[in-house]
Write a protein that binds this ligand. Structure first.
Ligand SMILES: [Zn+2]
Length: 1036
């Protein structure tokens, strides 16, 4: 291990983790800690040679999101940037977005519209080999948590469907936009017809022509070479894991009593009778399969089993079967069920290994000893005891940690514990912080560390008697002994240079080149700042913010402003030597807003006028960041730079960039170079920023190629955010920009942060994903960290785990609060350990798995062709499912139809497929970046009037982005829904009204993720069939 551990011998798989520097243990009998060198965080372990200082750790802050857009924005004239304007390269670490579509009933009472039985177009089936029946797929996938992942996956994985691609595809085509577009690259090209399936395989004798592309999944049909004979009941068509506390994806009949059938070995193969398969129906509309509703075909306990039957059986003319979309796992159903089942009761964290409700469920949390799922979520809450088992299952072991997560008003922030000069109590050996799992012994005089088993003395001032159960009698009076999350006030030993920090500062750095002035950006921004500066983050109930502010404008040179309160007018100082950046003033640059209000207001009034006639089109970029960082350094504080920038920095200066946009590289092995920075200069700069606690938030307003992949390096490595407004125009984009800006400026940030994750013996953190910097293998350094940012941590075994003791995680975040207080925030989580794979699968958490896989994939595309990454993901999913099916699946009657769910608060969600749209209705689709309001051509006139204040469908303006404020219930309800959806996202989602059959509908359809993509990517059904085939191959 790369730890400079000295003292006590550690167990072979212990996890000795050196402390933060200068923390002296002597006060309670530990070995004296060495005083930290007064530099940056070298003392948190120092650089470890093996660590790659590449961009790799950064995951969602991102080239896939960000790298792609330049490729097209540069070549797309503004007027045609059909999509560039709708979204922005969202680069944050928050939970991934899902595409959700909700029907806003037009013709029926709002919110209660049952789904219309629309079958306008049959789902296309592709020649991925024999089709499993829907119930097979359902059985195979539905039971697992995986089922819930399917629909959220597309946008999350970001490999095509998601907003990033839509940005990239500003030209209007959707190259590779399908999540599973790899099929079209590497495998049989998917067919795009909506009728008929001229697939690779010749028509089967018993099938009508439409069936030619896939084999009827029955014994009467030809067998596939890959079939391995009848499947065992235990492995064939698995039902859901039993007694899942979560993600109940089907009605109760599927839920078996706990512990049944899941763990036993598979039984003997059941006899297969082709007669059990009554056959397939050919629907009149040319689509296959039975209509919705009960499926008489699947009465057998092993639905669809004959698909893989080895007995040929008598030839039997079987019409082809279309997969019933209602019978395959429905993500929205999973979400809905979880809301209904788990949204009403608080989630109490007292019990080890409980799977929390889905992230889409609103629930309250009661901390009773484990961290709230708002702070930590795991891919599984029951992890395999051995690495062999983990390898077999292929389920990644990871935690997604959002240390400063925002809480709903009903939940209290973590208590702050002050242990005075002695600081927080820690284990002498592994340096874990006192937590509810530490075991007090010897009458309370000592405690045994729950992470490394070391026996520690309890310092006299912390001594307390134990009750008859061995618990300290003050356990419930101390947050660190009874709660999962709490904070310690840090002592000076935890501070840089052994000095308590100063309050942080915000520096606003405004591009005043020609484009920024012409678009109206500078005027808009200066006007907004006048009021926004009153809303800087405050500590608790403090009357005013402790944060100081400073201002810089720039084009090819930089202008610093002295806004000292004693001045009558602001003073400008120009620095034109951008190659050797220095800060020309100290006193008067960073000021208190209230004290300097008059001067600041004057400055913000003058800036747009001063540069109104500028002809300067060239900008610098790196020197601007350098200047901000130097200013913070000079003021000896941490802080944040807000950069408002318009163009590729081509002026002669450090960090100068060239236009390297090359569309020819897309879909080649060199595509990844587009996602990588073109110079290492920004990485070096980022490192300096991290050392200073200088976080950079970047607002981009490009009219052409701007090389986001390079410009975002510093924001990414400093825990910042990037916002992008292509072809910014005040009238169209100000609402979105101002909304993002207000939120960004006001959000609470922890500065100069270091995060360490400790684990109990047997597992350890091996990899980290997110937007941060690491100078060694264990400490995640974040110049800034806000409530939207997460760090994903992957764990690996280094020893056998124990079912009885379970596994523990402790995340410690050392940071400076927005008032300048140095604190430690501690989150603890206990997990179960298992020796049965079924227990692992049953306790998986889909949202976290998807988050992990998305970040893993993101890192992958920086180094490998997208297709390789996509294939690897599919392979891993297939391995996970195959292992599940082989070891855990149990027979069940899957494929049942779902009972309609009535939702009282918002309209019921509709699956994201064109087939689900009725032209008499209105639907709202959300993808995390945009909100689309689709209006059917036959919507009742009254509804049109109520919502749009026009008398007919034809009068509705296509692309409308603001709904008129009308005083009627429908208008209020729809606008309220839009507002509430926006409030749930960290970025402002622009509304786009899409009329049926209008040209914008293409864009809308791009996000109907269950459909075949316009560029040929597989539909959801096709993909499940493909997975089914992959799984079968793995099992054979
Ligand atoms: Zn320990």
């Amino acid at each position: 291990m790369n730890v400079n551990q000295s003292a006590p011998p550690v167990p072979p798989f212990g996890q000795p983790q050196p402390v933060y520097p200068g923390y002296h243990q002597s006060s309670y009998g530990g070995q004296p800690g060495s005083t930290a060198p007064p530099t940056h965080y070298g003392a948190y372990n120092g650089p470890v040679p093996g660590y790659q200082e590449t961009l790799a750790p950064g995951v969602s802050r991102a080239p896939p999101s960000l790298g792609a857009p330049p490729a097209t924005t540069a070549q797309t004239p503004c007027g045609q940037a059909a999509y560039g304007q709708f979204g922005q390269g969202d680069v944050q670490n928050g939970p991934s977005s899902t595409v959700q579509m909700q029907r806003l009933s037009g013709s029926q009472p709002f919110g209660s519209a049952p789904l219309a039985p629309v079958v306008s177009q049959p789902t296309v089936l592709q020649p991925y080999g024999p089709l499993p029946t829907s119930s097979q797929v359902t059985a195979q996938l539905a039971g697992m948590q995986i089922s819930g992942a399917m629909a959220p996956a597309p946008p999350t994985l970001g490999l095509g469907y998601g907003p990033p691609t839509s940005l990239a595809s500003a030209s209007g085509s959707f190259p590779n936009s399908g999540l599973y577009g790899s099929y079209s690259q590497g495998q049989a090209p998917p067919l795009s017809q909506t009728q008929g399936h001229p697939g690779a395989q010749p028509p089967q004798r018993s099938a009508p022509p439409q069936a030619s592309s896939f084999t009827p999944p029955a014994s009467g049909g030809p067998r596939m070479p890959s079939m391995s004979g009848p499947l065992l009941p235990g492995q064939g068509f698995g039902g859901p894991p039993v007694s899942q506390p979560n993600h109940v994806s089907s009605p109760p009949p599927q839920v078996l009593p706990p512990g049944t059938q899941m763990t036993g070995p598979p039984g003997p193969p059941p006899p297969m009778h082709s007669s059990q398969q009554p056959g397939y129906q050919l629907q009149q509309n040319g689509s296959f399969g039975p209509g919705r509703g009960p499926q008489p075909n699947y009465g057998s306990p092993y639905p669809g089993a004959p698909t893989f039957g080895s007995q040929p059986g008598p030839p039997q003319p079987l019409p082809p079967k279309r997969l019933d979309p209602d019978a395959i796992p429905s993500p929205i159903q999973v979400i809905e069920d979880d809301r209904n089942n788990r949204g009403s009761e608080p989630f109490v964290t007292g019990v080890r290994g409980q799977v929390p409700p889905l992230v889409t469920t609103n629930f309250l949390v009661k901390d009773q000893g484990n961290a709230s799922p708002r702070y930590i979520r795991c891919t599984s809450y029951n992890i395999p005891c051995t690495s062999d088992m983990a390898k077999q299952a292929q389920v990644p072991l990871a935690a997604v940690i959002k240390p400063l997560a925002r809480l709903p008003p009903e939940e209290a922030s973590p208590y702050v514990v002050d242990h005075g000069e002695s600081g927080p109590l820690r284990c002498n050996r592994c340096k874990a912080y006192m937590c509810p799992f530490m075991q007090f012994i010897e009458g309370g005089r000592r405690f045994q560390c729950c992470f490394c088993s070391c026996i520690n003395d309890v310092p006299p001032q912390y001594f307390q008697h134990l009750d008859h159960t061995g618990k300290r009698v003050d356990a419930y009076d101390r947050p660190e002994l009874s709660l999962g999350s709490y904070e310690f006030l840090a002592t000076v030993d935890y501070c840089k240079n052994n000095k308590f920090p100063s309050p942080p500062a915000f520096i606003f750095m405004i591009d005043v080149s020609y484009n920024a002035i012409r678009s109206g950006l500078v005027r808009l921004l200066c006007e907004e700042l006048k009021s926004l500066l009153d809303c800087l983050p405050r500590e608790g109930r403090a009357e005013e913010s402790a944060i100081r502010v400073g201002f810089v404008t720039y084009n090819k040179v930089l202008h610093f402003y002295n806004v000292k309160s004693s001045l009558a007018q602001p003073q400008m100082m120009v620095v034109s030597d951008v190659a050797d950046m220095f800060v020309p003033l100290l006193d008067g640059f960073l000021v208190n807003v209230n004290e300097s209000r008059a001067v600041i207001t004057s400055l913000l009034d003058q800036i747009p006028e001063m540069f109104a006639d500028t002809r300067e089109t060239e900008t610098v970029f790196a020197p601007v960041i350098q200047a901000g960082m130097e200013a913070l350094k000079a003021a000896e504080c941490a802080g944040k730079l807000f950069l408002f920038h318009t163009s590729l920095p081509i002026a002669e200066a450090p960090g100068k960039l060239k236009n390297r946009d090359d569309r020819k590289l897309i879909n080649t092995d060199k595509e990844k170079t587009l996602f990588q920075p073109q110079t290492g200069a920004y990485q070096t700069l980022a490192k300096e920023c991290v050392a200073q606690g200088c976080c950079v938030d970047l607002f981009l307003f490009p009219n052409q190629y701007v090389d986001v992949a390079t410009l975002c390096v510093v924001p990414q490595l400093t825990g910042g955010s990037v916002y992008k407004y292509a072809c910014f125009q005040v009238e169209n984009d100000q609402e979105r920009f101002l909304s993002d800006l207000r939120r960004d400026v006001q959000k609470v940030v922890g500065f100069d942060a270091v995060m360490r994750v400790r684990t109990s013996t047997g597992i350890r953190a091996v990899d980290f994903f997110g937007a941060f910097y690491m100078s060694n293998t264990t400490d995640v350094e974040l110049a800034g960290l806000d409530g939207d940012k997460t760090v994903t941590v992957e764990f690996k075994h280094d020893d056998r785990l124990n079912e009885e003791s379970g596994a523990l995680l402790q995340c410690a975040l050392l940071y400076t609060s927005c008032a300048g207080q140095r604190r430690l925030r501690i989150h603890n989580l206990a997990l179960n350990c298992c020796t049965q794979l079924a227990d692992l699968y049953r306790n998986c958490e889909t949202d976290t798995l998807i988050n992990y896989m998305a970040k893993f994939a993101y890192r992958g595309v920086l180094n490998s062709p997208v297709k390789t990454v996509r294939d690897a993901l599919i392979t891993q999913c297939a391995q996970i499912l195959a292992c599940y099916r082989k070891n855990c699946a149990s027979p069940s009657s899957a494929g049942q139809t779902k009972s309609p769910i009535e939702s009282t608060t918002e309209p019921p969600a509709v699956r994201a497929s064109e087939e689900r749209l009725s032209d008499g209705d209105i639907y709202l689709l959300e993808n995390g970046l945009n909100l689309f309001l689709w209006v059917g051509a036959s919507v009742q006139q009254g509804v049109v009037q109520s919502l749009f204040s026009v008398s007919s469908f034809s009068q509705i303006t296509s692309g409308l982005s603001i709904l008129p404020v009308l005083d009627n219930p429908l208008s209020k309800k729809v606008r309220g829904l839009v507002d509430s959806l926006r409030a749930q996202r960290s970025r402002y989602m622009k509304l786009i009204v899409v009329k049926q059959e209008d040209k914008l509908e293409m864009l809308f359809k791009h996000f109907l993720v269950e459909d075949k993509s316009l560029s040929g990517g597989a539909s959801y059904v096709d993909f499940l069939c493909h997975m089914h085939k992959e799984i079968r191959q793995l099992l054979s």
